[in-house]
Design a binder for this molecule. Structure first.
Ligand code: SF4
Length: 180
């Protein structure tokens, strides 16, 4: 994830590496004959959780400063646990906007508001004027998402091919977990 002003997009998995991970995690998991363990690859397993779980849908992240962020990779917030209850932080406009926009893509192999749908994150952050909570060097959403645009574009056709090869990938109503 190319998060931070100095992050290098060159370190992102290339298309072949990501597709390898998609198949490899399913091989390790091996529902038939494998180990009884649900190894999980958060970026390639959106089909099991209906896409992105962030923004308080099923998960959020609190940084060392107390800022309540949508996800460990999404360093934006207008709520801090030193100023309000966690319940109030979970109701912040950023989380509401996040949940309203989910799923960010009908193809759960493109779940992320940042990595695979970078325009979505810029729109959400701008709509509620969320502040950067990056403790090292505040980064604007346009700068962050600009690093993901070509990745998102290149990954889209591969994700679409994999989705078609996997008939289990179905979109469920909001808030409902797909069948395992
Ligand atoms: S914001 Fe992206 S990385 Fe975070 S939970 Fe959602 S899909 Fe995963």
């Amino acid at each position: 994830m190319p998060v931070g002003n100095n992050a290098s997009p060159d370190l992102l998995l290339n298309l072949k590496q990501r597709e390898y991970m998609y198949h490899r995690i399913r091989e390790i998991r091996a529902f038939k004959g494998g180990k009884p363990i649900f190894a999980f690859d958060f970026q390639n397993d959106g089909e099991f959780v209906g896409g992105c779980i962030a923004g308080g849908r099923f998960y959020c992240h609190i940084n060392p400063n107390g800022d309540v962020e949508p996800c460990v990779f999404i360093h934006y917030s207008n709520a801090n646990i030193h100023d309000m209850s966690l319940l109030d932080a979970l109701s912040q406009p950023l989380f509401k906007a996040y949940q309203k926009a989910q799923p960010f893509n009908k193809n759960h192999l493109r779940p992320c508001a940042m990595l695979e749908n970078p325009k979505s994150l810029v729109k959400i952050v701008d709509s509620v004027k969320a502040k950067s909570t990056d403790l090292e060097s505040p980064e604007g959403a346009c700068h962050l998402c600009g690093k993901c645009e070509s990745y998102a574009e290149n990954w889209a056709p591969v994700a679409e091919r994999l989705r078609k090869e996997n008939p289990k990938q179905k979109l469920k109503p909001k808030g409902q977990l797909p069948d395992a």
